[in-house]
Design a protein around this ligand. Structure first.
Ligand SMILES: N[C@@H](CCC(=O)N[C@@H](CS)C(=O)NCC(=O)O)C(=O)O
Length: 208
C-alpha cells in the first residue's frame, strides 16, 4: 500500500499537490474525483474534506491516519515531514509562507472567480470577467516584479512556494490570452521550474 493517497482532480489546485509529492519522492497513489458529477460531495469524502473540495492528502506515515485538505497545507505538511524546501525558522521560512499564502489565496481568488463566472455561471458576464482578469493581471505582474529581484519566489532557493506557483502560471494564467507576454521574469522562472524532472513528471499526470 502506498504511503500517501492524494484525492485529486485535473485542476491547477490538484497539480499544486502532485508537484510536492514528486519533489519529495513520495510513494503515493491518486484517487481522482469527478467534480462536475459532484463526487466531492459524497458523505465519505466530506469526512476528510471540510468543504467537499480537492486536494486532500491521506497518510498513516506518522502512526495514526491523518488527512490534510488544501494545496498550501499539504505542501507545508510534506515540507515539514521531509524537512526540505521550507526552512524550519528565520526570514526565509516566513518569506516562503508569505508567498505560499499569497499564491493560494490572493492570486487564486481572481483566477477562481474568472473561471467560475466564465464556465459555471449561466449567462454572459463580461464586466465581472474583465474586472477579475484585470485583478489577476495586476497580481501576476506583481509576481513578475518580485522575480526581477530574486531567482525564486521566496529568495535564492527553490521552495514549496515555487511548487505552488507553477500550476498557477502554467495552467491558470493561460486562460487570459497574452497576459504573460510582457512578464519576462515570470516566464523565465516558469521555464526553469518547468524543466525540473519532478515538475515534468507531476504535470504529466492525469492527462488521460
Ligand atoms: N484553497 C484550496 C482550493 C481548492 C479548490 O478550489 N478546489 C476545487 C477544485 S480546483 C474544488 O474541489 N471544487 C469543487 C467544489 O467546490 O465543488 C487549495 O488551494 O487547494
Amino acid at each position: 500500500m502506498s504511503e500517501f493517497i492524494l484525492y485529486v482532480s485535473s485542476t491547477a489546485n490538484g497539480y499544486k499537490s502532485i508537484i510536492p509529492l514528486e519533489e519529495f519522492g513520495c510513494d503515493y497513489q491518486m484517487k481522482t474525483l469527478d467534480l462536475p458529477k459532484g463526487e466531492q460531495y459524497q458523505p465519505e469524502f466530506m469526512k476528510i474534506s471540510p468543504l467537499g473540495r480537492i486536494p486532500v492528502l491521506e497518510t498513516k506515515t506518522d502512526g495514526s491516519k491523518r488527512t490534510v485538505y488544501g494545496s498550501e497545507a499539504i505542501a507545508i505538511y510534506l515540507a515539514e515531514h521531509y524537512q526540505k524546501y521550507l526552512e524550519p525558522s528565520g526570514d526565509v521560512r516566513y518569506k516562503t509562507l508569505e508567498m505560499t499564502s499569497l499564491i493560494t489565496s490572493d492570486l487564486a481568488l481572481p483566477m477562481a472567480v474568472q473561471f467560475q463566472v466564465s464556465m459555471l455561471v449561466e449567462g454572459e458576464h463580461p464586466a465581472v470577467i474583465e474586472y477579475f482578469s484585470g485583478q489577476a493581471t495586476r497580481l501576476f505582474g506583481n509576481l513578475n516584479t518580485i522575480l526581477q529581484q530574486r531567482a525564486y519566489m521566496a529568495g535564492d532557493d527553490y521552495t514549496i512556494a515555487d511548487m505552488l506557483a507553477y500550476p498557477a502560471v502554467a495552467i491558470s494564467a493561460l486562460r487570459i490570452p497574452g497576459m504573460l507576454d510582457e512578464m519576462h521574469a515570470l516566464t523565465q522562472w516558469a521555464e526553469k521550474v518547468g524543466s525540473r524532472p519532478a515538475v515534468k513528471t507531476a504535470m504529466a499526470q492525469l492527462t488521460n
